[in-house]
Design a protein around this ligand. Structure first.
Ligand SMILES: [Zn+2]
Ligand SMILES: [Zn+2]
Length: 337
């Protein structure tokens, strides 16, 4: 089978790889039918992260189940499923706390499509072994187009996670999103609006992303992050990838407010601790929890409240992936015939 490798900035190739085989009863083999880049993949492909080539990429896809172990319950061969970015067991204490992104049955950080804690397969591939199928795979709701939902592994439920639970605690709260990394900030806008935020303000420099955020219902502010916004927000999201964006999000958070960052800061950042202390501020950062939010995020898509196409730049044939990813756009979805 083929597997896509990033071998250096501007260099992406298919390489032959051995086909995975079911070796344990709770495993499944899936075939990605629509795969896309996480915002982090785009940065890696452009060579702007500390990650080193070569790396087999891909951790966002919707797939078809092609084989199931005897103990993989609740699934059927041929079924269409979203596959979370992380690998997890579903049974350890952290998985039972609904934190499968930190599963203790695998090495720290273990995930698909990135050389963290080992090689667990990657989604720009013909086949992928899923170690705990029942616990990991999320059936795609009927009627949803897999190509539109390819980000259900990661960036789409991350947009949900950054906004919807906080809005449930503070209905109607206004939300600030510092954009820049790509689709995650846009999906945060889409979910915040869909979950009833009175206003979502989106700050970015890129005209294309600003246009997309506006289409999702944001009031957009074009330009680099100011020191702080003219007013403060109960909920702020840093999806800027810059120290200035992170600082602006924190400094623009209301007293006892909630600020979250999607990361991609590659060195330590000085926090305004005195200001955070004086205000009382909750801060979260992480890679997104993945599985626990996939079904909930897809429910917004199924009933038309969020349209993931607002952050998808284009669609292409799966075979085209090496050529197209040599110079990646923000979010190209690669679809198998
Ligand atoms: Zn990702
Ligand atoms: Zn676990």
């Amino acid at each position: 089978m083929r597997r896509l490798w990033w071998t250096g900035p501007g260099e992406v190739v298919w390489r032959e790889a051995p086909e995975p085989e079911i070796a344990a009863a709770h495993q499944a083999i899936v075939q990605p039918i629509a795969a896309t880049t996480c915002d982090l993949d785009v940065m890696i492909l452009r060579g702007t992260t500390p990650f080193a080539a070569p790396m087999a990429l891909g951790h966002e896809c919707v797939a078809r189940v092609v084989a199931l172990g005897a103990e993989a319950k609740g699934l059927a061969v041929g079924q269409i499923v979203a596959v979370p970015w992380h690998v997890s067991c579903g049974a350890c204490p952290r998985c039972r706390r609904r934190l499968p992104n930190t599963c203790s049955s695998f090495p720290p950080g273990a995930m698909f499509g990135m050389d963290v804690g080992g090689d667990f397969g990657s989604f720009f591939s013909d086949l992928v072994l899923v170690p705990h199928a029942t616990e990991m795979l999320v059936p795609l709701p009927d009627g949803l187009d897999p190509a539109v939902c390819a980000a259900a592994s990661d960036n789409l439920p991350f947009g949900y996670e950054l906004t919807v639970p906080y809005l449930a605690e503070r209905p109607g709260a206004e939300v600030l999103v510092m954009g820049g990394v790509g689709s995650v900030g846009l999906y945060a806008v889409a979910y915040a609006k869909a979950a009833g935020a009175d206003e979502v303000v989106y700050v970015d420099t890129a005209p294309d992303r600003l246009e997309r955020a506006e289409a999702y219902g944001a009031r957009v502010v074009q330009g680099p992050p100011p020191r702080r916004m003219p007013r403060s927000f109960p909920i702020t999201v840093d999806a800027s990838g810059t120290d200035a964006g992170l600082r602006c999000a924190i400094s623009s958070t209301e007293p006892e407010g909630q600020s979250a960052s999607v990361g991609t800061h590659w060195s330590d950042v000085a926090f305004p601790m005195r200001e955070m202390y004086a205000k009382g501020l909750s801060f979260y950062t992480g890679r997104g929890r993945g599985h626990p939010n996939i079904a909930a995020a897809l429910a917004f898509v199924a009933d038309g409240r969020v349209d993931p196409r607002g952050a998808i730049t284009d669609f292409a044939a799966f075979d085209e992936a090496p050529r197209r990813l040599a110079e990646p756009r923000m979010k190209t979805v690669f679809v198998r015939d």
